[in-house]
Ligand binder design. Structure first.
Ligand code: ADP
Ligand code: MG
Length: 237
């Protein structure tokens, strides 16, 4: 398997075409961005940590019968994945209130959401990833009715599996976002990444933030916290 050319350079990863048309290479870079790319920094080892973290989580999800892009961890910063036709929406589940939900609805940070909320956001930096609903997905052709229901079912299943995994490591999975795509057979498959860049994780007892909010809020020890999360769920980094 050979890297052929760069397909897309995103904010955190670079996507490469390979000599196998059904596979891509994701390179996880050290670039860390927040506020739609307004704040960008290079954090030492972040690419490696996120690459290995993502591979570990995707394997756990595969074991729970959730279809993912995962193929192979190639090296410190690169993974081989299934090439998907990405659906341009982000699926978000919140178990506790934080971030934009608190600003939008005036809820206190940390309030438990029972049942958890599910939200769609449009992947569009220029528009600041606006919140959208199912009707928008259908009217604008971003996803079909069956793709919407499949993504929701899979996102709730991911929530179950990962809430338990992080709970065993003494953490609360506060919220997370997923991106799905369609494979060559037309199936909905989990793509992109699951890392502390795209979720919120708090220590159960102290409520210490262990995710990208450390970067957003300038709290320091960002990559060190990601490594601590990995170690707590059984991945030595
Ligand atoms: N398995 C996949 N197949 C095709 N595209 C993917 C896959 N996984 C992720 N992508 C896309 O590759 C890009 C990953 O790079 P990233 O730095 O996260 O970009 P962005 O700045 O758009 O969030 C995203 O646009 C994502 O939708
Ligand atoms: Mg991204």
């Amino acid at each position: 398997m050979q890297k052929v050319s760069e397909l897309y350079r995103g904010k955190a990863k670079t996507v490469f075409v390979t000599d196998d048309p059904s596979k891509l290479i994701l390179e996880f870079r050290n670039d860390t961005s927040a506020f739609d790319g307004e704040k960008i920094e290079q954090l030492d080892r972040k690419g490696e940590v996120n690459n290995k973290f993502n591979h570990y989580i995707m394997q756990k999800l595969e074991q729970a019968d959730i279809p993912t892009q995962v193929e192979e961890l190639l090296n410190d910063n690169e993974s081989l994945v299934k090439k998907l036709d990405m659906i341009p929406v982000e699926c978000v589940i919140r178990n506790y209130a934080a971030g934009s939900l608190c600003r939008r609805l005036g809820v206190e940070e940390g309030s438990e959401l029972n049942p958890p909320t599910f939200e769609f956001f449009l992947k569009n930096d220029a528009l600041h990833d606006p919140m959208i609903n199912e009707s928008h997905c259908l009217s604008f052709g971003w996803a079909t009715e069956s793709q919407i229901s499949e993504m929701k079912v899979l996102t709730f299943k991911v929530n179950q599996v990962l809430s338990q995994l992080f709970s065993k490591g003494g953490m609360l999975l506060v919220d997370f976002k997923l991106e799905f795509g369609v494979d060559a057979q037309g199936n909905i498959v989990l793509g992109d990444e699951f890392t502390p860049d795209g979720c919120r994780l708090w220590d159960k007892e102290t409520k210490k933030k262990l995710d990208k909010d450390r970067f957003r809020q300038g709290l320091g020890s960002v990559v060190e916290s990601y490594i601590e999360v990995a170690n707590r769920i059984g991945l030595a980094l």
